[in-house]
Design a protein around this ligand. Structure first.
Ligand SMILES: N[C@@H](CCC(=O)N[C@@H](CS)C(=O)NCC(=O)O)C(=O)O
Length: 194
């Protein structure tokens, strides 16, 4: 069975959602970020991969691995597949880090840094504008529901708690409401929240 080391932050939640959507059996392991090469969650170990046990970190790699293992949530059509990767990477390289930095400077840092808070809020708002434009065109980032939506949704949900007001992004709000209504998404978001 797949072992999962995680935490209820956007990096972990996207993997929780995919595991819940696929129905792949998994067991939660006690939190141990030290198990990961760069001491970050999420990490999975799949003892039953075709090539022997595989230990993976980096949420983007984990999403790709699990979607390919399940044969679902990643389009096979070439154009849609790369659209899916594009939006997954948009979160991993853009929205995710911007939100992490915003959260650090606005919540965690011992000293408040108004310039850093303003800067990362602006970055998040710009990226939210990019997302809004895409979601005004289509119901799902890659045309059909995929790991791209699962990657982006937890960051949007977290940003909506402070950095952005979703009322200003109606297409994103409609998409986020549909995401929230999926039982697997609700289970994935709630995992480890106590
Ligand atoms: N690029 C990594 C980022 C992972 C990451 O930043 N994880 C954070 C939680 S969201 C973490 O493990 N923090 C633990 C620590 O900082 O000690 C990924 O996408 O998996």
């Amino acid at each position: 069975m797949i072992e999962l080391w995680s935490w209820p932050t956007p990096s972990g939640q996207k993997v929780h959602i995919l595991l819940e959507e696929t129905g792949l059996p998994y067991k939660l392991m006690p939190m141990d970020a030290d198990a990961a090469p760069n001491k970050r969650i999420p990490v999975i170990i799949d003892p039953a991969s075709t090539q022997g046990p595989i230990k993976l970190s980096e949420s983007g790699a984990i999403l790709l691995y699990l979607a390919e293992k399940a044969g679902n949530f990643i389009p096979t059509d070439m154009a849609a597949r790369y659209m899916c990767l594009q939006w997954t990477m948009f979160q991993i390289a853009g929205l995710g880090p911007a939100f992490q930095h915003y959260h650090y400077f606005s919540q965690t840092a011992p000293e408040k840094s108004p310039m850093a808070i303003k800067r990362f809020k602006q970055v998040i708002q710009r990226l939210a504008g990019v997302l809004e434009k895409r979601l005004a065109e289509d119901d799902a980032l890659a045309g059909t529901y995929s790991i791209a939506d699962m990657a982006v949704y937890p960051s949007v949900a977290a940003a909506a708690a402070g950095a952005i007001n979703l009322d200003a992004y109606p297409a994103t709000k409609r998409w986020a409401d549909k995401m929230a209504a999926r039982p697997a998404v609700a289970r994935g978001m709630a995992l480890l929240r106590g």
